[in-house]
Ligand binder design. Sequence first.
Ligand SMILES: C[S@@+](CC[C@H](N)C(=O)[O-])C[C@H]1O[C@@H](n2cnc3c(N)ncnc32)[C@H](O)[C@@H]1O
Length: 234
Amino acid sequence: VPEAGAYERIAGEYYDDFHRTSRNFDSATAAGLRELAIEIPDGLVLEAGSGRGRCQEYLRLPPARVVQLDNSPAMLSLDGREPALLRVLHDAVELPFPDDEFGCVLAFLCDAFLGLNFLAEAQRVLQPGGLLLGTTPSFEWGVSLREHLKIDRMTTRFRLRAGGELVMPSSLFDAAQLASMLEVTGFARDSISVRSHRLPVDVAEVSPDIAEAAEKRGVSSFELDIIYSFAATA
Ligand SMILES: C[S@@+](CC[C@H](N)C(=O)[O-])C[C@H]1O[C@@H](n2cnc3c(N)ncnc32)[C@H](O)[C@@H]1O
C-alpha cells in the first residue's frame, strides 16, 4: 500500500462549504466545462486525483466507463462519491496501467500533482487520439494570493475547520508554460489549448482568498481568471 497523500488529512472536510475557495473553483470549473462542451472520446476514462469523483457531475459520463485514481484512501472512500467501474489507490505521477489503455484522462483541480511526470504518464496511457482534459488554479490568482500570504508559490494553505492550517504542494504554471509542458510530453501541438475561467456572476458566496487576489490585481472577484482548463490530444 503506497503512502497516503497530502489530502488524506483534509479528506473528511474537503467537500464542505467551509472550504469556499475550493467550492468557488468547482463553480468556475462546472461553468467553464459547460461552455466549452468538449466531446469526450469513446473508451475507458481515467479520472486522476478523483477525490469523490466529478465525471458524472461535470460531463455526465456513465460510471461503467470511469476508473477513479487517487493517492488518498480517505478521499477514495468518501460517502456521496460518484460510482465508478474501479477505484485505484495510487500516485498519479506513476500510473499503474499499460500504454494506450484509455480514451480519456481527466484531472480536475490537479495542482497537487500537475507536472511533467503526470503529463507524460497521461500521454502514455492514452490511446492515440485520446483526450487529456484537466483544470488547475490559475497563475494570476495563485501568485497574487500566495504573495499576499507570504507562502511559497508552489504551496497552498488550507484552513481547517477545527482550527490550524495545512500547507500542501500546489503547482502554479502560467498558460504558456502549461502549453509547452503539454507539447514536450508528446501531445499533438495543434490540439493543445489552455483556457481561463472566472467565477460565475451568480455565485453568492465569494471566498476571501479570491476577493483578496482580485483586489490586489484591481479587478472584481468576477473579473479574475481563477481556473485554467487544459485539453490536448495524444
Ligand atoms: C483538490 S482535490 C480535487 C478532487 C477532485 N478532482 C475534485 O475536483 O473534486 C485533489 C485530489 O487529488 C488527490 N491527489 C493529490 N496528489 C495526488 C497524487 N500525487 N496522486 C494521486 N492523487 C493525488 C488528492 O487526494 C485529492 O483527492
